[in-house]
Design a protein around this ligand. Structure first.
Ligand SMILES: *[C@@H]1O[C@H](CO)[C@@H](O)[C@H](O)[C@H]1NC(C)=O
Length: 199
């Protein structure tokens, strides 16, 4: 039994070591040319994280890149995990600085609009699809996205407006990160009456 535990410990240590050596050094090589990617600022590392985008016609991306603003260099954050989000464009992305996570939601793949939510561990380079709860937004792309912390310090991801399967929308959704729950804000009369895309 003791020996078994030792083996388990040994192999999990090797795994951790393997992960910590997986980051490639920063280089001068930028990501390939693209449009409709997303980016968010990674405060802890003073860097920008970029995900996905489109290179014209049907070529979409699902790669993650980091631009180090201190060194002015690019780094490809190639995942170790065997699952990862489909290539897409017009999606949203948000950095959770406290937990070194990148969240990505929705967007458009070659087969249409999406509403899947994924989390990328920026330290261990692992993707994980998230079980979303609450008022899950329908599939959409080209929404405006931002984030904030509420008065309790909970990180919130915001999605506003955009394009659904074949119509524009002015819906406002807020995702609470700690509880994995979406809330749709009431439309009321105060929201803009017209829908917009690509803010
Ligand atoms: C960014 O570059 C600086 C200066 O070379 C370096 O000290 C820092 O570790 C780099 N950041 C990351 C995330 O590697």
């Amino acid at each position: 039994m003791k020996r078994l535990l030792w083996y388990l410990h040994f192999f999990s240590t090797i795994k951790v070591l393997a992960f910590s050596y997986s980051r490639l050094p920063f280089t001068d090589s930028p990501p390939s040319i693209r449009q409709y990617a997303c980016a968010d600022y990674y405060t802890k590392e003073n860097s920008l994280i970029i995900f996905g985008g489109n290179q014209g016609s049907d070529i979409n991306f699902n790669d993650v890149w980091e631009f180090n603003l201190t060194a002015n260099l690019w780094n490809s954050l190639t995942p170790i995990s065997t699952t990862y989000p489909n290539p897409r464009m017009f999606h949203g992305c948000w950095i959770d600085d406290d937990n070194s996570m990148l969240y990505i939601f929705g967007g458009r793949s070659n087969s249409g609009p999406l509403n899947d939510l994924w989390r990328y561990d920026l330290v261990n380079l692992q993707w994980k699809q998230i079980d979303q709860k609450g008022d899950i937004p329908s599939a959409r792309s080209a929404f405006a996205w931002t984030k904030y912390k509420d008065s309790d310090g909970n990180l919130k991801l915001v999605s506003f407006a955009g394009f659904l399967k074949d119509e524009y929308t002015n819906e406002l959704y807020i995702y609470d990160v700690p509880s994995s729950t979406w809330t749709k804000k009431p439309a009321g009369t105060q929201l803009p009456p017209v829908s917009y895309i690509s803010h």
